[in-house]
Design a protein around this ligand. Structure first.
Ligand code: ADP
Ligand code: MG
Length: 341
């Protein structure tokens, strides 16, 4: 039993409500991502789960036990921070087993667990090095190894990849996810990067100003954003939001086609060729919009084009509350499809 449940948890700093009535559950063995812009309360929520901050209100349970008033050590969790917080004067091996030493685990058991963990995180050949002799990715692996060797069922990670370059970030997020699944850990992973959330998570909790904006699977956040905020946050480029009459219409870049006989006029502003696809940045009725086309598009900046999308791909939001409205789409209402460019 290692599920995590927060019930109506709040935490303020003076007048600032960093975490405001948050309730969520991370199921046992699952990876839950806390996602949101800087300052929305992700780290505070994680630190509340870890016991590094005390909640003003609400309760926190881990594995069915109320841990709200327990110390971090009593909660039996491991944690990986953004700054790896390695001891510079200790070797990789010493850094990894540090926590076991503190807990007076026997030398024989330490060595045995170190060998296994070093193998898992791919550091077996670097155990004698000091942190200064490692690359960023290798240091990240040491921090991971230190978290894994504790054999805690619950692992909390706060933006652990933000100091790495893009390629390494990509590799490490795959590795962390594989490791979490292999060891069956319950993981809460904090990031502001929606790509990390979409690719790693079983469940995404999107936060905004200390509150939960939406809690769902990556697919749900992508296909059925509950608010315009979620729609704008998820996707690269994110969903286009167009004010049309009394409506706020959302349409994903990949759902727009450039066609002769489309029903909206657009002026092309810029074209980004990404190789596999092209992003056409254009303007529709003076509003910016992005269109994703397969392959190397020949559309030129300055061109006037016609665009179209299927009504079933439209998302509607209340223009004031920005909450999702029921779709007005009915089958058989498709736009005439023209010639795709
Ligand atoms: P995130 O991790 O999503 O960027 P945080 O949880 O770190 O956000 O912070 C949420 C809000 O609480 C921010 O406005 C931040 O400035 C504030 N905050 C966080 N920690 C403290 C603290 N120790 N003292 C005062 N304000 C804090
Ligand atoms: Mg943070």
């Amino acid at each position: 039993m290692s599920a995590i449940t927060l019930s109506h948890v709040s935490k303020s700093w003076g007048a600032m409500r960093a975490v405001d009535d948050v309730s969520l559950t991370a199921d046992e063995g699952c990876l839950l991502v806390l996602l949101g812009p800087s300052g929305c309360g992700k780290s505070t929520t994680l630190r509340l789960i870890a016991g590094l901050e005390e909640a003003d209100a609400g309760t926190i349970a881990i594995g069915g036990i109320d841990v709200t008033h327990l110390t971090p050590a009593q909660r039996k969790i491991s944690m990986v921070f953004q700054s790896y917080a390695l001891f510079p004067h200790l070797s990789v091996a010493e850094n990894i087993v540090f926590g076991l030493r503190v807990r007076r685990v026997s030398r024989a058991e330490r060595d045995q667990r170190l060998r296994r963990v070093a193998d898992i995180v791919g550091l077996s050949h670097l155990l004698e090095r000091k942190p200064s002799q490692l690359s960023g990715g290798q240091r990240q692996r040491v921090a991971l190894g230190r978290a894994i060797i504790a054999e805690a069922r619950v692992c909390l990670m706060d933006e652990p990849l933000s100091n790495l370059d893009a390629k390494l970030r990509h590799e490490m997020r795959t590795e962390i996810r594989a490791l979490q699944q292999r060891l069956g850990m319950t993981m809460v992973y904090v990031t502001h990067d929606q790509t990390e959330a979409m690719t790693m998570a079983d469940r995404v909790v999107l936060m905004r100003d200390g509150r939960i904006e939406q809690n769902g699977s990556p697919e749900e956040l992508y296909n059925r954003p509950a608010t315009a905020f979620t729609a704008r946050f998820i996707g690269t480029p994110p969903m286009n939001l167009l004010r049309q009459g009394d409506h706020l219409i959302g349409i994903r870049p990949e759902h727009i086609r450039i066609v002769s006989g489309g029903n909206h006029a657009a002026r092309v502003k810029a074209v980004e060729h990404l190789g596999a696809d092209s992003i056409i940045l254009c303007e529709i009725d003076g509003q910016p919009a992005a269109v994703r086309l397969d392959g190397f598009s020949r559309v030129q900046p300055g061109e006037d084009v016609w665009i179209a999308w299927e009504p079933r791909d439209e998302h509607r939001f209340d223009p004031v509350s920005e909450r999702r409205l029921a779709s007005t789409f009915k089958e058989g209402q498709l736009t005439a499809s023209g010639q795709s460019r």
